[in-house]
Ligand binder design. Structure first.
Ligand code: ZN
Length: 303
């Protein structure tokens, strides 16, 4: 072999070695962090329940009750993560944005358009991280409706695909703000530019296998919706949104005076009660304090 050929061969070997060293280089901290927070897709459907705060209700009369009529007047504010083999869905995003808790500890704050007082003790992002996810990992976002106790961290999920009804979206971005009382546009304004699926039918089967269905239940707001989940061990569950707040509303057929369209709420309730009967699903009233206390919270999950 000529000296030139030997030199060319050595250069080639050196080049291969350099490529090998380069590709074997340790990943940067940010890449590691990204890989670490992305949980592997579960083999079957999971439901995580997060503690996104609590509402102290000053005036129960809008729900048709005196405080003494109710088992509990406070309302929990849960957020939910649905993890399916084909993707993830956030359902509702809390009452106070995570950045208010940046300094640690709990935060109590009201809202000019509401008589309720909200307290949050743990950021949603921290609870999500404990389950192995970050907001940017989430595939889909759906809000039961646009009220402030459901939208607080919505902007964190602006990179997800947003599932919303046209009536709700219109109410959320109407100027001036409409009677739909979407009080905190600054918490959801980034969704305006999100990839969006406008839900037109009564039921939207998200993954095409009947296990995650976003279902129309208007009245509380123009495009209010509920979420049906078919869990393997737990069985079917329906997350109520604010179709009901207190279990007493369900038992005594009381519709809040502040609902956008009370007749529509009453009609939605009839439809949903029939749906529950047909599917055998449990109804989880999201704001029911007694029921919420019994739910296992993330990072534990229902499957
Ligand atoms: Zn609510």
């Amino acid at each position: 072999m000529s000296p030139q050929k030997i030199r060319a061969l050595l250069i080639l070997v050196a080049a291969f070695l350099m490529i090998g060293v380069a590709s074997g280089r340790k990943p940067s901290a940010s890449v590691l962090a990204q890989a670490q927070h992305r949980a592997p897709a579960p083999a079957s459907l999971r439901l995580y329940v997060f503690d996104c705060g609590r509402l102290k209700i000053v005036d129960t009369s809008v729900y048709g009750f005196a405080p003494s009529d109710l088992a509990a007047t406070d309302m929990p504010v849960p957020c939910f993560l649905v993890a399916h083999p084909k993707g993830t869905l956030m359902w509702d995003t809390g009452v106070l944005p995570d950045n208010l808790l940046a300094s640690g500890g709990s935060v109590t704050q009201g809202n000019p358009g509401s008589s309720a007082m909200a307290t949050v003790t743990k950021p949603l992002k921290t609870q999500l991280a404990e389950t192995g996810y970050a907001p940017e990992d989430i595939t889909y976002l759906a809000l039961s409706h646009c009220h402030w106790d459901h939208t607080a961290n919505a902007n964190e999920f602006a990179r997800a695909t947003w599932l919303v009804r046209q009536e709700e979206r219109d109410a959320m971005f109407a100027h001036p703000s409409t009677f739909a009382r979407c009080l905190t546009p600054q918490t959801f304004d980034a969704l305006k530019n999100s990839k969006t699926v406008i839900l037109k039918r009564d039921e939207y089967d998200l993954f095409g296998d009947g296990s995650v269905i976003v279902k129309s239940a208007p009245g509380h707001t123009p495009g209010h919706q509920v979420l049906f989940l078919k869990l393997r061990k737990t069985g079917p569950v329906l997350l109520s949104g604010d179709l009901y707040h207190y279990p007493e509303e369900r038992a005594q057929h009381r519709v809040p005076t502040t609902d956008f369209n009370r007749d529509q709420t009453a009609a939605s309730r009839v439809t949903i009660e029939a749906f529950l009967k047909k599917t055998g699903a449990q109804l989880w009233i999201q704001h029911d304090l007694t029921a919420n206390a019994k739910l296992k919270k993330a990072p534990a999950f229902y499957d």
